[in-house]
Design a protein around this ligand. Structure first.
Ligand code: ZN
Length: 193
């Protein structure tokens, strides 16, 4: 196992090494984390490998000798075709932000590949994806312990409970001290993660 979850707390990520039991190695990464994969690319020169790099640029997919560069909007479609028919002796390596990696893992699992064949790198940033437990709005790139929900406008406290399904941490309405004026609201300013 490369990653475990203790209860629903923040997942633990371990060092990722090339799985030499596999014949095929598939890499899926956001553009910002491409460098993380370089040691593995080098290590698997003699193996079959394919790579998808997801970019935020609004481009048509580009195929180079070493990878396919695809826009984020097309990632589900490309991941599905990448893993299609690769059920055995294949290892899938995923790098990027935490929400991205778990989204990709969920897509890969849907294709029938088991979790043991998936390796996730340490997330490239500490930003979290947060899901509001009141209106289920999902917000990406949250850097603070508190944040305002963009859906219901509640001030939320970001919990350490990670939902694998949503690839997100839950955000629960802040409880205010009743002695305080309701107009005095905590500001989302304390740097946390
Ligand atoms: Zn909300």
């Amino acid at each position: 196992m490369q990653m475990t979850t203790r209860g629903h707390e923040r997942p633990i990520y371990r060092d990722v090494k090339l799985n030499r039991q596999s014949l095929r190695h598939l890499f899926i990464t956001e553009e910002a984390s491409l460098d993380l994969l370089k040691p593995l690319f080098e290590a698997c020169k003699r193996y079959y490998k394919q790579s998808l790099v997801i970019t935020d640029l609004d481009i048509s997919p580009i195929k180079t000798n070493s990878y396919q560069l695809i826009p984020r909007a097309k990632s589900a479609q490309f991941v599905a075709s990448l893993v299609k028919g690769q059920l055995t002796r294949t290892t899938i390596y995923i790098a990027g932000t935490e929400g991205f990696m778990w989204d990709i893992q969920n897509l890969v699992l849907k294709s029938g590949i088991d979790k043991e064949s998936i390796r996730m790198f340490e997330p490239i940033s500490d930003t979290r994806r947060v899901i509001c437990t009141h209106c289920f709005t999902v917000m990406d790139n949250i850097n603070h312990r508190t944040t305002q929900c963009t859906g219901c406008q509640r001030m939320l406290e970001v919990q350490n409970k990670f939902s694998e399904l949503h690839a997100a941490y839950s955000g629960v309405q802040l409880k205010f001290d009743p002695k305080q004026s309701p107009l005095v609201r905590p500001r989302p300013s304390s740097k946390l993660f």
